[in-house]
Design a protein around this ligand. Sequence first.
Ligand SMILES: *[C@@H]1O[C@H](CO)[C@@H](O)[C@H](O)[C@H]1NC(C)=O
Ligand SMILES: *[C@@H]1O[C@H](CO)[C@@H](O)[C@H](O)[C@H]1NC(C)=O
Ligand SMILES: *[C@@H]1O[C@H](CO)[C@@H](O)[C@H](O)[C@H]1NC(C)=O
Ligand SMILES: *[C@@H]1O[C@H](CO)[C@@H](O)[C@H](O)[C@H]1NC(C)=O
Ligand SMILES: *[C@@H]1O[C@H](CO)[C@@H](O)[C@H](O)[C@H]1NC(C)=O
Ligand SMILES: *[C@@H]1O[C@H](CO)[C@@H](O)[C@H](O)[C@H]1NC(C)=O
Ligand SMILES: *[C@@H]1O[C@H](CO)[C@@H](O)[C@H](O)[C@H]1NC(C)=O
Ligand SMILES: *[C@@H]1O[C@H](CO)[C@@H](O)[C@H](O)[C@H]1NC(C)=O
Ligand SMILES: *[C@@H]1O[C@H](CO)[C@@H](O)[C@H](O)[C@H]1NC(C)=O
Ligand SMILES: *[C@@H]1O[C@H](CO)[C@@H](O)[C@H](O)[C@H]1NC(C)=O
Ligand SMILES: *[C@@H]1O[C@H](CO)[C@@H](O)[C@H](O)[C@H]1NC(C)=O
Ligand SMILES: *[C@@H]1O[C@H](CO)[C@@H](O)[C@H](O)[C@H]1NC(C)=O
Ligand SMILES: [Cu+2]
Length: 585
Amino acid sequence: MSISTLKVLVAVHSFFALTSNAIPTPAPYDVETASFSAHSPTCTHNNLSRQCWEGGYSIVNDFDLSHPTTGKTVSYNLEISNSTCNPDGHVARICMLVNGQYPGPTLRAAWGDQMIVHVKNRMQDNGTTIHFHGVRQLNTNAADGVPGVTECPIAPGSEKTYVFNVTQFGTGWYHSHFSAQYGDGVAGPIVFDGPASANYDFDLGPYPVNEWYYRTAWQASSLAIDAIQTLGKPPAANNMLINGTNKNANGTGSYNHVVIEPGKRYRLRIISMSVDNYMRVSLDGHRMKIIAADFVPIKPIAVEWIFLGAGQRYDVIITADQEPGNYWFRTEVAKECRNNNDWYGRAIWSYSNTAMGTPNSTAFPEPTDCLEPGPLIPYWPQKVPRKQEIGNLQVNTTHAVTEYSNNSSMVVWALGETIDINWSKPTLSYVDSNTTQSLPSLYNVLNSAPSGAWNYWLIQQPLNSSITAIPHPIHLHGHDFFVLGQGNTTWDGDVSQLNFDTPTRRDTSTLPGNGWLALAFRSDNPGAWLMHCHIAWHINEGFGVQFLEAPEKIQGEDGRSFVEECAAWEEYYERAYWKKLDSGL
Ligand SMILES: *[C@@H]1O[C@H](CO)[C@@H](O)[C@H](O)[C@H]1NC(C)=O
Ligand SMILES: *[C@@H]1O[C@H](CO)[C@@H](O)[C@H](O)[C@H]1NC(C)=O
Ligand SMILES: *[C@@H]1O[C@H](CO)[C@@H](O)[C@H](O)[C@H]1NC(C)=O
Ligand SMILES: *[C@@H]1O[C@H](CO)[C@@H](O)[C@H](O)[C@H]1NC(C)=O
Ligand SMILES: *[C@@H]1O[C@H](CO)[C@@H](O)[C@H](O)[C@H]1NC(C)=O
Ligand SMILES: *[C@@H]1O[C@H](CO)[C@@H](O)[C@H](O)[C@H]1NC(C)=O
Ligand SMILES: *[C@@H]1O[C@H](CO)[C@@H](O)[C@H](O)[C@H]1NC(C)=O
Ligand SMILES: *[C@@H]1O[C@H](CO)[C@@H](O)[C@H](O)[C@H]1NC(C)=O
Ligand SMILES: *[C@@H]1O[C@H](CO)[C@@H](O)[C@H](O)[C@H]1NC(C)=O
Ligand SMILES: *[C@@H]1O[C@H](CO)[C@@H](O)[C@H](O)[C@H]1NC(C)=O
Ligand SMILES: *[C@@H]1O[C@H](CO)[C@@H](O)[C@H](O)[C@H]1NC(C)=O
Ligand SMILES: *[C@@H]1O[C@H](CO)[C@@H](O)[C@H](O)[C@H]1NC(C)=O
Ligand SMILES: [Cu+2]
C-alpha cells in the first residue's frame, strides 16, 4: 500500500494549550578571550591558536559570508554492498556497508577544498543515494543526494559522482536517503578541518553514536509503519553503539577504548547516526566543553551530559584533568522523549599512566528533561530581521493511524501535508523541463521566499496526546537555520519571546512534544531542498516538506546527470523484486 492512497485519510487534530514554554534559561559560558590577529601571517593553526587558519582566514570569518578556495581536490570512492555485520557480538545480520565497513569510512577534507565522491551501488536489490548531512551544497543542489528530489536512486550496478565545494568546517556525516537504508549501515562521518573557537591538543576524530537493532532497518521501519503489530509504538532498539561497537546484554562484543594523557585537551566529534532514539552522552567525571553545534562554531559552554537527536552533532573538548584511572563514557536513551531501548552504550576511557580496567566511575546525575543544551550562541551571532508576526510558512504536524478491516494499518505523519515522492521523477526533472507547475501535490513542495528574503517557519504539534508528545529532530537541507525559539505549548503569537539577536544556528533542531519550533533562514541557495524529521521511521511515514528556492537559478552543471541515472533506475525498477512501500525518503 502506498501513502498516496492514504493522504486523504490523514486526521487533523485539534489543539490544546499548555502553560509553559521551553526557552532554556541561560547557563554561564566561558568565551576564550585570547586575542589574536586574524589576518597576520604569524597567525598559524596549532594547539595554542586553533582560532587561526590559512590564507588569511580564521575563526572570525563566518563561512556563510566568505570561505577560502584552496584549489585542492579530495576524492573518495564509496562502494555500497549487501553484506553482514555484527557490531555488538550478538549475531551477524544483513547489513548494507560502505567499503565493507561499519560505520562507513570518514570523508575528510579541509575548508575550501573541492570534494568528489564516486559512489558505486554493488547491491542487488536496492537503489541508493548519498546525502551529505549538513553540507550546504552552495549552488550544487544536484549533489544533495535525495532520491525523488535531486536525483533518481542509483540503480544496482550503477555509479554516480557527487561534486561540491567545502564552504564549511566542522563535523558532519553522510548517509543514504533511500528510505530506511542508512539504518542498515550506509552512513559514515565527515570531517572538514578548519579553525575552532577554543584550543585543544589532539583531535580524536569522529565519535558516532546510535542505537542498534537485531532486525534490519527495513523490517523495523515496516513494523513502525504497521500500527497494529506494534500497538502504535515502533520496535525498541536492542543495543546502542559508540563508535560502531559495544558489548551486548550477555557481555560478548567489545567496548570502544580511548587512551588519554594526563593534562591534555582532546577534541571529540560526537555524531548521532540514530534512526529513532534521542540519546544523552557523558564521560564520567569530565565536563565536556561544546565548541560547535552541527557545523556551526559556538561560544564554548561546558556541560555534563549532551542531549542529541538523530542527525545532530556536537564537537566537544575534554580535558584529562581528573584522577588517573578508567572512566565510563555513557550513552543512554532519553526515555523522557518517548524512546525505548533494551540496552545502553558504554566505552572505556583510560588515562595513559594507568592500567586499563573496568571503570568504577560514577555518572553525573542524568537529566530528566527532553531539552537541547544551551544557550548555544554561534561564534558569529547573526541577527535575524525582527518581525511582528512570524510563520509566513506555518505548518502543523499531523499523525494518523489508518486501520483497515483486515487488521492491517499504517501510520502516516504530515508536516503540513504528507510527502510521498516518485523515485523516477525527481523534483529537479520538473525544474529542468520547466514544468514545476505540474509537480504532484504529494511532493509537498512549497515556494520559498524570493532570493535574499527571509523565510520564517512556525511548526506546531497538535494535541496533548502520547503520540504528539513525541519530539522530532527537524533537519533542513541546503542551509543552516536560525532557531528563534522552541516551546512545549501551543504557539501564542507573542514574538517577544523569540531570540532574533543571537539565535542558535544549525541544521537540525528539536520540535518539542506538544510544542512548537520557530525557525528562520534566508533564501540564498537555489535548489529543491527537503526539510524533514530525522527520525527515519517518521520521514518514511511522510513527515517532510520540500521547498523550491529560485528554480530559475538552479544550476544545470555536470553533477546533474539524472537523465542517464533515471533511465538506469527505471530499467531496474520495472523488474525489481522489492518495491517502494513508504515516502521513499
Ligand atoms: C489490508 O487492506 C489494505 C486496504 O485495502 C491493503 O492495502 C492491504 O494490502 C491489506 N493488508 C493485508 C495484510 O492484506
Ligand atoms: C495550526 O495550528 C494552529 C494552532 O492550533 C492553528 O491556529 C492553525 O490554524 C493551524 N494551521 C494550519 C495551517 O492548519
Ligand atoms: C516545558 O518547558 C519547560 C521550560 O523549559 C520545562 O521546564 C518543562 O520540563 C517542559 N515540559 C515538558 C513536558 O517537556
Ligand atoms: C602542543 O602540542 C605539542 C605536541 O604536538 C605538545 O608538546 C605541547 O605540550 C602542546 N602544548 C600545550 C600547551 O598543550
Ligand atoms: C567551486 O570552487 C571552484 C574553485 O575551486 C570554482 O571554480 C567553482 O565555481 C565552485 N563551484 C561552485 C558550484 O560554486
Ligand atoms: C543472551 O544469551 C541467551 C542464551 O544464549 C540468548 O537467548 C540471548 O539472545 C542472548 N542475548 C544477547 C543480547 O545476545
Ligand atoms: C541482500 O542479500 C539477501 C540474501 O541474499 C537478499 O535476500 C536481499 O534481497 C539482498 N538485499 C539487497 C539490498 O541487495
Ligand atoms: C531493500 O532490500 C531489503 C532486503 O535487503 C528489502 O527488505 C527492502 O524491501 C528493499 N527495499 C527496496 C525499496 O528495494
Ligand atoms: C573509532 O573507530 C575507528 C575505527 O575503528 C578508530 O580508527 C578510531 O580511533 C576510533 N575513535 C576513537 C575516538 O576511539
Ligand atoms: C576504582 O576506584 C579507586 C578509588 O576509589 C581507584 O583507586 C581505582 O584505581 C579505581 N579502579 C579503576 C579500575 O579505575
Ligand atoms: C483483528 O484483530 C482482532 C484482535 O486481535 C481479532 O479479534 C480479529 O479477529 C481480527 N480480524 C481479522 C479480520 O483478522
Ligand atoms: C517556463 O514556463 C513558463 C510558463 O509556464 C514560461 O513563461 C517561461 O517562458 C518558460 N521558461 C522557459 C525557459 O522555457
Ligand atoms: Cu519525527
